[in-house]
Structure formats: structure tokens, C-alpha cells
Design a protein around this ligand. Structure first.
Ligand SMILES: Nc1ncnc2c1ncn2[C@@H]1O[C@H](COP(=O)(O)OP(=O)(O)O)[C@@H](O)[C@H]1O
Ligand SMILES: [Mg+2]
Length: 277
């Protein structure tokens, strides 16, 4: 900790959280703004996620949930504000004078190694077999030895129940199987943080439960921090310790799933929940 320079600008919510636990949150959005042209998608957004926490993001379509995950995955750049991961700026680098400047592509590639993402539409590499889909990033991004990457990929395929599909192409798999491969692919990078963006929304109804069960197992049996956008409220209740309700790029309210789903404070949350439950 002694080598960690103090942030230039203490985020507004730093004091209580740091004092209470003595531990810096793993993820901190500090007045994050995201604009597309004149359209303000995230409006000085502040929130934190503790290490090991499982957080569910809910809110109406267009409220900015995917944007939050894409910013964390460094697939998009912030317009203003800073995202901190493990006490370091994800989106910025420190200059010798101690100020922050936006990170370049090289730094962003480095930051991205800690974080894995699973998308609604699977996004597997269609021209690669299942095994290669999983080994590609460990070999080319982490520089892992190919044999080691393949051994790890086989273990992960076994874990997601697809050891028989090593040589299949994605087009030969069901949606549920493709999503299991996508989950294995994300885990192959040994991420500290796993981002899940409506990962069961594109699946046939009978395939949803199996994928949710796999994710519950991951939540229970690993120490990976999870941020999960989902409309599966039972799943959210089972796996998450915290729910954040978004509207128009801001947190409307946050709390335990019991609190948010059973006794929400805000009219906006009540309206949203009555539409999806
Ligand atoms: N690449 C983009 N260009 C312009 N507007 C975008 C882009 N990506 C997202 N948006 C806009 O940002 C808002 C939030 O989108 P999104 O984060 O996808 O919301 P959610 O996931 O909560 O449905 C929407 O109004 C959407 O149209
Ligand atoms: Mg979305």
C-alpha cells in the first residue's frame, strides 16, 4: 500500500467505505460520464464493487447497463471521470507529475487482462473450433504455452459440461452450448472480474436454467467478482449480494436483493419491477 500514490481527487464516497473496511473497493466508478455526441448516456456515475462481490445491474432498456460493462471491458472510452480497478486507474495512466491522462491502446490491452466479459449474442469466433476459441486469448494475449492453454481449455470444457465438443464449430452448437463455451473462454483468462451482459436473453427458454446454474456454481465456487446485467430476478436473488437499479445513466437505488425486490424505495424501481416480474 505504501507505494500506491494517493489519488489526485478523492472520490466523494471514498471516506466512509475505506474507513469502514480499510479496503479499497475493487471497482470504483468516479463521476464517470459517457456521451455519444450530445446524448449523455452516463451522467457523473458513482458506484463501487468490493472484491468478491456479486452485483446485479437492473434497469430499463437504454439506461446504460451495457455501456457500464463495455467501459469496464475497455471496449469504450469514458468521456469524463475515472474508473478505478484495484486502486489503479483503468482508463488513465499517471504522468510523472502525478496527474492522470487517458490511457493508450497498449495500457488498455494490459488493463483488459483482469476482466472477462460474456455477451448476450455469445460472440464466439465462428471460424475456430471450440478448443481454439478458448485457447486463442491465453496464447496470444497472455503468452501462455499452447499445451498449457489446451489443457486448461479441456478442464474448463469439462466444467461447463462440453468435453465432447472440443472439435465442434460454434455453428454446430445450440445457443446454450455456445454460451457455455463463451463462459469457458472468459474464465480461461483467469479474470478477477467477470462481466455478464444478459447472457441468457438470446437463449431458448429450456436452455436458460442450465446456463444460470453454471453461473451460480461459478459464483459459489470461485472468488471472481461478478457484475451481472440480467432480468432473471430469481437468479439475481440467489447469487448477488447487491442490486443496483439504474435509470438514465444514474443509480436510482441500491441494496440487497431482498430489499430492492421486496421493498424498493423509489417509484421508478417499483415501476420497473412490476414490468419485469
Ligand atoms: N455506440 C453507440 N452510439 C450511440 N449511442 C449509443 C451507443 N451505444 C449505446 N448508445 C446509447 O446509449 C444508451 C444506453 O445504452 P445501453 O448501455 O446499451 O443501455 P442498456 O444496456 O441499459 O439497455 C442508449 O440510449 C443507446 O442508444
Ligand atoms: Mg444492454
Amino acid at each position: 500500500m505504501a507505494t500506491e500514490p494517493a489519488p489526485l481527487k478523492e472520490p466523494a464516497d471514498a471516506a466512509p467505505e475505506t474507513l469502514a473496511t480499510g479496503v479499497e473497493p475493487l471497482v470504483r466508478f468516479d463521476k464517470v460520464v459517457k456521451r455519444y455526441g450530445d446524448h449523455v448516456v452516463l451522467d457523473e456515475l458513482d458506484f463501487t464493487v468490493r472484491r468478491g462481490e456479486h452485483v446485479t445491474l437492473i434497469g430499463p432498456s437504454g439506461s446504460g447497463k451495457t455501456t457500464i460493462l463495455r467501459l469496464l471491458m475497455t471496449l469504450e472510452k469514458v468521456s469524463d471521470g475515472v474508473i478505478w480497478v484495484d486502486g489503479s486507474p483503468l482508463t488513465h495512466v499517471r504522468t510523472p507529475s502525478g496527474s492522470l491522462k487517458p490511457a493508450g491502446d497498449k495500457e488498455l490491452r494490459e488493463s483488459r487482462k483482469k476482466i472477462g466479459m460474456v455477451f448476450q449474442q455469445f460472440n464466439l469466433f465462428p471460424n475456430m473450433k471450440v478448443l481454439q476459441n478458448i485457447t486463442e486469448a491465453p496464447v496470444h494475449v497472455l503468452g501462455m504455452d499452447r499445451d498449457e492453454a489446451e489443457a486448461r481449455a479441456r478442464e474448463l470444457l469439462d466444467m461447463v459440461g462440453l468435453s465432447g465438443k472440443v472439435d465442434a464449430h460454434p455453428s454446430q452448437l445450440s445457443g446454450g452450448q455456445q454460451q457455455r463455451v463463451a463462459i469457458a473462454r472468459a474464465l480461461a483468462m483467469r479474470p478477477e472480474i467477470l462481466l455478464l451482459d444478459e447472457v441468457t436473453s438470446a437463449l431458448d427458454p429450456e436452455l436458460v436454467a442450465g446456463v444460470l446454474e453454471l453461473l451460480s456454481d461459478i459464483a459459489r465456487n470461485t472468488d471472481i467478482t461478478m457484475l451481472c446485467v440480467t432480468h432473471e430476478m430469481n437468479f439475481a436473488r440467489d447469487v448477488s449480494e447487491k442490486v443496483l437499479m439504474f435509470d438514465a445513466g444514474r443509480v436510482v437505488e441500491s441494496g440487497t436483493p431482498e430489499k430492492i425486490f421486496s421493498d424498493p424505495e423509489h417509484e421508478r424501481t417499483r415501476e420497473f419491477l412490476s414490468a419485469v416480474l
